[in-house]
Write a protein that binds this ligand. Structure first.
Ligand code: DC
Length: 229
């Protein structure tokens, strides 16, 4: 009997991680934030002073680092060489590095086995950019969660301000649009909706409505499937 995988993809700032985390908690599924793994590699690149555009140097770094996930009280922690970097990766600078490294094929290959392996061990709800298209093409539930660039930028802006970071609305919108372009136009595993994914546009939804909509889609698609764990 297999485990159930839910793939949630979409652009940055669509509220994916907040919605996915809440939905996973309600279902008792393990939440896997794959963006955090790209961010951890971005952080490693930044720390070593490697140019984010130098794909060869980034690929050469990979054999000397480890990226892993650990769960404490159901909360995901990201480990870079065993160090908990969960907070250090949540800055606009590291988001930028993450976007750069995520375009490097060797980086995607490096994370692929870990991500697929997690889906074999547990009922999971995995969020990212290529989960429904590349990582888990056979997932019984695929959701493409999006919202307008303006709404996404506004949400991210408020989130960053709450964390005490010095940002402007224009700056955040600019970053969101730039990151969308980079994520959608890269050669390897670009961000795109899987053919069999359900499109959910949360531009005019509250957080609670978005979580409710995701849970409804998951319940509809998994009715009759065996839950384990
Ligand atoms: O979701 P996030 O903002 O934490 O993701 C950080 C970067 O990693 C983002 O630019 C896209 C990239 N990413 C990816 O290419 N594939 C994934 N499955 C998850 C994230």
């Amino acid at each position: 009997m297999g485990y159930i995988s839910v793939a949630i993809d979409g652009p940055s700032g669509a509220g994916k991680s907040t919605v996915a985390r809440a939905a996973a908690a309600q279902l008792g599924f393990t939440y896997v934030d794959t963006g955090a793994m790209y961010r951890a590699i971005g952080l490693a690149v930044r720390r070593r002073g490697i140019d984010g555009a130098d794909a060869d140097a980034i690929a050469a770094l990979l054999p000397s680092i480890t990226v892993g996930l650990a769960y404490q009280d159901g909360v995901q922690h990201v480990l870079l060489d065993g160090e908990d970097v969960s907070d250090a990766i949540r800055t606009p600078e590291i988001a930028h590095y993450a976007s750069m490294v995520s375009a490097v094929p060797a980086v995607r290959q490096f994370l692929l086995d870990t991500q697929r392996g997690m889906a074999k061990k547990d009922n999971i709800l995995m969020d990212g950019r290529d989960i429904g298209t590349v990582i888990l093409p056979d997932a019984p539930v695929k959701i493409f969660l999006t919202a307008s660039a303006e709404k996404r930028a506004e949400r991210r802006y408020l989130e960053l301000v709450e964390k005490g970071q010095q940002v402007t609305r224009e700056g955040v919108l600019h970053d969101v649009v730039a990151r969308d372009r980079q994520d959608m136009t890269r050669q390897t595993a670009p961000l795109k909706q899987a053919e069999d994914a359900v499109l959910l546009d949360t531009s005019d939804m509250t957080l609670e409505e978005s979580i409710g909509a995701v849970l409804r889609i998951i319940r509809e698609k998994t009715e009759g499937l065996q839950h384990e764990g």
